[in-house]
Structure formats: structure tokens, C-alpha cells
Design a protein around this ligand. Structure first.
Ligand code: SF4
Length: 197
């Protein structure tokens, strides 16, 4: 841990694990989200954009490999990074049949310099079969699942049109733990009407 800091930041954590800088590269895998495709809603969360809070690069025709290679150039130039994490960021990256998920993850991890991946998704888009697949990667790679929760208050979740409850999140974490998969939770602080206390 950086002695000047009173906490361990993500960069320091990765450096400690891999002995060098590791850069996350954002990927748009061309998936969708039940809160956008009509299964739950077509409106999405109130803060989401039409790119699923991501880059929109899949719609521009870039494959996962092409997105990673482009991201690597910027990371190498800016940070001199040689190791990378594939960050499945846009939309819900477990919202697909298991064999399709596998093809996406395999393509990303087959790129040179990849040491792992972070999979952004919704807590209601996970099940034991999908987790069994994701768990297989933990033997050789650092694997994170990043669950979008945003608020622990169901009333706020309703207001922002998340389409899931806190209970869905708790269930997802319960299913995910003890599998060697790291768990990250996305929260948004300061929604209108919330004081943070
Ligand atoms: S879950 Fe993510 S992709 Fe889906 S509507 Fe909300 S922010 Fe957008």
C-alpha cells in the first residue's frame, strides 16, 4: 500500500498482485439489458444512456479484439502498461446464453497481455450456470464481477427505475461468493432526496 495513502486503491492492489501497472480496458460486447430491451422496461435506469453506459463501439462494428488492441495503444502510451484487464462495461454482460458469454470472454482473454477480466452486470442477470462458467476462468485469471446496485433503498431503486430490488443484489452476492470470483458493487451517492446519512 502507498504509505502516503490511508487506503489501498485499485491501482495499488493490482500492482501488488502483478508486480506492475495493470490497466483496465473497457469493452462493449454488443449485449443488451432487460431494463432496455423491454423484458423489464424500455426506459432504462434514469441515468443510463442509449449506449448502456458504455462506449457504443460494438455498434460501430469493432470486435472485442479490436477494442482491446485500440485500448492497449492508449494505455501503453499514457501509462506504459503491459498488462491489462478486460472490462466488460456496456449494458449487462451476463445477459446472454452461456455459450455466447464464453465466446466473448474467451476472445477478450486470448488477447496478449490480458491478466483477467471484470464483468459488469445487473444482480438479476446471474444464475448458478453462468457463475459456473465464470468460475472456470478464476484458475488462470483475476476475475471480478461488478454488480450494479446503486442504492440499498428499494424506494430509491424504484425511483431510478432499476427494475430490481436490494434482495436481488443480496441473492446475487450469495450465489457468487466462495467461488474465487471477486465482487465489486457499484453505488451512486447523493441521489435527489438522499442525504448520505
Ligand atoms: S442496468 Fe445498466 S445498461 Fe441497463 S438500463 Fe440500467 S444502467 Fe443502463
Amino acid at each position: 500500500m502507498d504509505k502516503k495513502k490511508r487506503y489501498s486503491d485499485y491501482n495499488a492492489y493490482l500492482r501488488e498482485l502483478f508486480g506492475q501497472r495493470v490497466q483496465k480496458i473497457s469493452i462493449d460486447a454488443g449485449l443488451s439489458c432487460p431494463n432496455r430491451d423491454g423484458r423489464l422496461s424500455r426506459l432504462g435506469c434514469i441515468y443510463c444512456n442509449e449506449k448502456g453506459s458504455g462506449s457504443g463501439l460494438s455498434k460501430k462494428g469493432l470486435s472485442i479484439r479490436e477494442q482491446i488492441e485500440a485500448g492497449k495503444i492508449g494505455s501503453m502510451k499514457k501509462y506504459k502498461a503491459k498488462k491489462f484487464l478486460a472490462y466488460f462495461q456496456s449494458y449487462s454482460n451476463t445477459y446472454a446464453p452461456v455459450d455466447h458469454m464464453k465466446a466473448l470472454y474467451d476472445e477478450a482473454l486470448s488477447c496478449e497481455g490480458m491478466v483477467g477480466m471484470a464483468i459488469g452486470t445487473r444482480p438479476d442477470c446471474i444464475d448458478p450456470e453462468k457463475l459456473d462458467l465464470i468460475q472456470t476462468y478464476t484458475q488462470d485469471y483475476l476475475v471480478w464481477i461488478e454488480y450494479g446496485l446503486q442504492s440499498v433503498h428499494d424506494e430509491t431503486l424504484r425511483r431510478i427505475n432499476r427494475g430490481h430490488t436490494f434482495r436481488d443484489f443480496a441473492r446475487a452476492v450469495d450465489l457468487t461468493r466462495n467461488r474465487g470470483i471477486q465482487i465489486c458493487t457499484h453505488v451512486i451517492l447523493g441521489f435527489p432526496g438522499k442525504t448520505g446519512r
